[in-house]
Write a protein of this length. Structure first.
Length: 252
């Protein structure tokens, strides 16, 4: 029995899609606003919409970064910690619910490795016979499963491993971005830019005010999919090394 990837499990429902939706929702604030044409403070002369556009362009062009997400969709909490670079390396963890965690590694663009914890394996074998359960745990406990990057079971995991995929569906042109106060995010100075939504959802993007104007944090409050996404470790090397052969499950 081949294990399903986190994205193919019905309760996981595409973690990558959840992240993309959260990013796109925050970036939907990118558009003209009614604020002063030449506001004071960081980014003089730029409107809130222009600042957010600039920040997402910088983030999309980053050579590497780490994404930490804590979001909720359809009542289920999902947490992700993923580092990736433009060379195709990617490493991190995905946790759904209270405990089910999957580790992932992509050391090169062609292969993806997943390792499932006990809670995830228990979900995978739910309803199977004792023989299948025993065989699956014996084969997979503590071991990695190798997938071609093109495999449908690895598709959503691969989607998480790059800003092009995460930010590719960002729309621009919405209105209502409001400059907020200056603050710090993970020790870096930032400017808050907020788009209040008529449906009771408020989205705030925090943009670095020193150095490259990267997106540092996005917060969505209210609605059915609240959450926080942190963007850190810009330009840092990604520790993604393929597992040793002895640690890879032999599915044959």
């Amino acid at each position: 029995m081949r294990p399903a990837s986190p994205s193919s499990h019905p309760r996981r429902a595409a973690v990558a899609a959840l992240l993309c939706a959260a990013v796109a929702a925050g970036a939907a604030a990118c558009g003209p606003s009614s604020e002063d044409a030449k506001p004071a403070g960081p980014f003089p002369g730029l409107s809130g919409a222009q600042i957010v556009d600039k920040a997402f362009a910088a983030t999309a062009a980053a050579k590497s970064l780490t994404v930490n997400a804590d979001t909720t969709s359809e009542g289920e909490r999902t947490r992700a910690h993923v580092s990736f670079d433009t060379a195709g390396k990617c490493a991190g963890t995905l946790t759904t619910g209270t405990a089910a965690t999957t580790e992932l590694i992509r050391a090169d663009p062609e292969k993806v490795y997943l390792r499932f914890d006990e809670a995830t394996l228990n979900e995978q074998v739910e309803g199977e016979s004792p023989e299948v359960r025993d065989a699956m745990f014996k084969t997979l406990r503590g071991r990695w499963v190798e997938f071609p990057a093109s495999d449908p079971d690895a598709k959503d995991v691969v989607t998480m491993c790059g800003t092009k995929e995460l930010l590719g569906d960002v729309d621009q042109g919405a209105s209502g971005v409001v400059r907020g106060g200056e603050t710090t995010v993970d020790g870096r100075k930032a400017l808050a830019l907020t788009e209040p939504d008529a449906g009771g959802v408020t989205r705030t993007v925090y943009v670095a005010t020193e150095g490259t104007p990267y997106v540092l944090k996005m917060v969505t409050k209210g609605g059915d999919e609240p959450g926080t996404i942190l963007f850190t470790q810009y330009g840092k090397p990604v520790a993604a090394k393929a597992p040793a052969p002895k640690d890879i499950a032999d599915l044959d």
